[in-house]
Structure formats: structure tokens, C-alpha cells
Design a protein around this ligand. Structure first.
Ligand code: BGO
Length: 277
């Protein structure tokens, strides 16, 4: 059987590389993605129960609406559109615990991709120094994914992460930070069939997938014929005409959803003081 491929994703400076090195040790290879000067790091590790895994350390990004070649590589690998890299079986999403809200923008998009995901709250030492309390159990319950706290520089939490990597029972994430306007959803659902048939998009991925394809620095649009891309462009134009401003609203709603989530799972000292008075 194939060795499962696990993608490590997160914002720049969330500690992905430190975590990747911790998990894979010296068992790693560095190459480039063909066509771009973006590093491709692949390694091997074993889950806590001895299952062999392949890990891929993906470029850091703030959003799947790619704005740079690095972000485009992340998006394309996660969507299974890089010809030389298979679509990952699972995702380990790393966040900087001291910047929870900002990091959660990417998390919210990644959770919608239809891949089993483990959330890693890294840099817990920094959050703890500030006396922030993050309720990992509640976060796990709300997102529908395992949540592990780590301090990658010291190795704290590694065993718990390897235990989560051992789990065969990971279900798909359930949290949605934002709800698409009904009309936009319908239009995307209707476009899905024809685009899936040609392999342009994945049946399991986020409804927003066709629109991620329009963003950023991707002149090649792997595996998607020009005729398909023009259909994606038309789809976009028709949605924009029917629902002006829908995407800005979606961004605002995402942030609102993230804020609501954080207020349930993150307690800062000044908030505790307020509830006491
Ligand atoms: C430097 N806790 C703390 N406190 N720091 C961490 C943790 C953690 O849990 N995990 C990682 N870091 P990357 P991306 C650095 O490099 O893995 C630190 O972009 C420095 N470098 O050591 O690179 C980690 O792959 C000089 O810090 O992140 C690194 O996601 C002074 O967070 C940084 C101080 O980690 C980013 C730090 C020359």
C-alpha cells in the first residue's frame, strides 16, 4: 500500500519548518518545484504506532487566494494540481498560538478543502508567557479536528502530534467560518459538475476552488485547458454581476467567524479581569 502523504501548512513563521525538522530529523530531501524557485522539502517519519509517513513542508501562506508564487504552490499542492506532487492524504495545519486570529484565516480555508486535518497550536510557550489560555479541547470540538499544542523548538508536544498522526479515524473538519450567499453557492454548485468531469477541479474540495484558480501568479493552470479556464472566468463574472461585493463580504464574514471562535477558546488576562468586576 502507498505511504500516506502528509502536508504541513501554515502562515510564514508559524514554525512549520522547525516542526518538519523535528518530525523527520535527517530523513529529508530538498528540491525545487519545476518552473518556480520555490523549495520543495520532503521527508519521512513514523507515527507513534510505527506507521511510516511521508511529509511535505509547503511554502508559508496567508490565504489560498494566492498572491505570490509560493502561495500558488501551496494552493496547487493542496488542490492536487501539481503534476509532480500527489494530492496529500492529510494536512497538518500549524498556527502561531500567539497570533491565533490572524493565522486562522488560512486555517478556515484549509478546513474547507475536504481533507482530514490536524491542527497544531505551536509556540504555546509564547502564549503562556502572556498568560493566554487556549482551550484546545473546545477548539477541537468546534472544528471537528484533533488539536495538539506544541513548542517545536523544545520538542514539547511531539508525542501528542505523532499520536494524532497515528489515528486512522480522522473525520473531515466540520467548522465553517463563513456561509456563502445562497445564489453564489448555487452558481458554484452548478459549475462544479462540468469542471469536475474534465478534472479541472476536485469533487471533494471547497466550493470556492474554481475561484482560487483565478487568483495570483499562476500562468500555467496545471491540467486545466484554456477553454476550461475561460469557463471559470465566465463563472466569476456572472457571480460578480449578480452579487456585487460578495467576495468582500465573505472575507468580512470569515473574520467575524474567526473572532467568534477565538472568543470561545481564547482567554486573555484582561478579559478575565473584566469578568471578575
Ligand atoms: C528563528 N516557540 C518559540 N518560542 N519559537 C519557535 C517555536 C516555538 O514553539 N517554533 C518555532 N519557533 P520556522 P516557518 C529565530 O529562526 O520553523 C521559532 O516559516 C532566529 N533565527 O526557531 O522557521 C523558530 O517554517 C533568531 O525562529 O517557521 C524560528 O513556519 C532569533 O520561530 C521562528 C529568534 O520558525 C520561525 C528566532 C535566526
Amino acid at each position: 500500500t502507498e505511504i500516506p502523504l502528509i502536508a504541513i501548512v501554515g502562515n510564514p513563521n508559524s514554525g512549520k519548518t522547525t516542526l518538519f525538522n523535528l518530525l523527520t530529523g535527517l530523513k529529508q530531501k530538498v528540491a525545487n518545484y519545476p518552473g518556480v524557485t520555490v523549495e520543495k522539502k520532503i521527508g519521512e517519519c513514523y507515527s507513534q504506532h510505527g506507521k511510516k509517513l511521508r511529509l511535505i513542508d509547503l511554502p508559508g501562506a496567508y490565504s489560498l487566494n494566492a498572491r505570490s508564487p509560493d502561495e500558488a504552490v501551496l494552493r496547487d499542492v493542496l488542490l492536487g494540481r501539481r503534476p509532480e506532487t500527489p494530492r496529500p492524504d492529510r494536512v497538518v495545519c500549524v498556527v502561531d498560538s500567539a497570533n491565533l486570529e490572524r493565522n486562522f484565516y488560512l486555517v478556515s480555508q484549509v478546513l474547507e478543502l475536504g481533507l482530514p486535518t490536524i491542527l497544531v497550536l505551536n509556540m504555546v510557550d509564547v502564549a503562556e508567557q502572556r498568560q493566554w489560555r487556549i482551550d484546545a479541547a473546545k477548539l477541537s470540538e468546534l472544528l471537528g479536528v484533533p488539536v495538539v499544542k506544541t513548542q517545536a523548538v523544545s520538542g514539547q508536544g511531539l508525542i501528542e502530534l505523532k499520536q494524532a498522526l497515528s489515528r486512522a479515524d480522522l473525520t473531515l473538519p466540520k467548522w465553517k467560518s463563513a456561509v456563502l450567499p445562497e445564489g453564489v453557492k448555487k452558481a458554484l454548485e452548478q459549475s462544479r459538475g462540468p469542471l469536475c468531469e474534465t478534472g479541472a477541479i476536485h469533487a471533494r474540495a471547497s466550493l470556492l476552488e474554481p475561484l482560487y484558480l483565478l487568483s495570483g501568479h499562476d500562468p500555467t493552470h496545471y491540467g486545466i485547458a484554456d477553454s476550461q479556464m475561460s469557463r471559470v472566468h465566465e463563472l466569476r463574472q456572472s457571480i460578480d454581476a449578480a452579487f456585487p461585493g460578495w467576495e468582500d463580504e465573505l472575507v468580512t464574514e470569515r473574520y467575524r467567524g474567526i473572532e467568534a471562535l477565538c472568543s470561545e477558546v481564547l482567554k486573555r488576562p484582561e478579559q478575565e479581569a473584566q469578568t471578575l468586576t
